[in-house]
Design a protein around this ligand. Structure first.
Ligand code: FES
Length: 105
């Protein structure tokens, strides 16, 4: 089962920026690239930095602490895709953004 969490309005997240929402005690970062929205776990698995504070380029966010890079499309570590963080569907309903997450993340 999954649930949808309201993130905000489309205009709340300018192109190239992000926000984050807390889901079941865990932060999920929601990024905007053009008209597309992507959601991945906000906490970097290396040492816990917030990926929402990272640099976004070409659909990849770079961790601000030690520069591990994660793909927004699937949450994979760009340098070793066998390592993945949580990646979640994002739905746009009218002008609203909704994050789809499992009941237990
Ligand atoms: S905390 Fe993200 S690369 Fe080290």
């Amino acid at each position: 089962m999954s649930q949808r969490i309201p993130v905000g309005l489309i205009d709340d997240i300018p192109d190239g920026s992000n926000t984050f929402v807390e889901v079941n005690g865990k932060d999920v970062a929601v990024f905007r690239v053009g008209d597309q929205f992507y959601a991945i776990d906000d906490m970097c698995p290396h040492a816990g930095a917030s990926l929402s504070g990272g640099h976004l380029e070409d659909g990849v966010v770079t961790c601000p602490w030690h520069y591990w890079r994660f793909r927004l499309t699937d949450g994979a570590w760009a340098d070793n895709p066998r390592v993945k963080i949580g990646c979640y569907p994002v739905h746009v309903v009218g002008d609203k953004i909704e994050l789809e997450v499992p009941d237990k993340t």
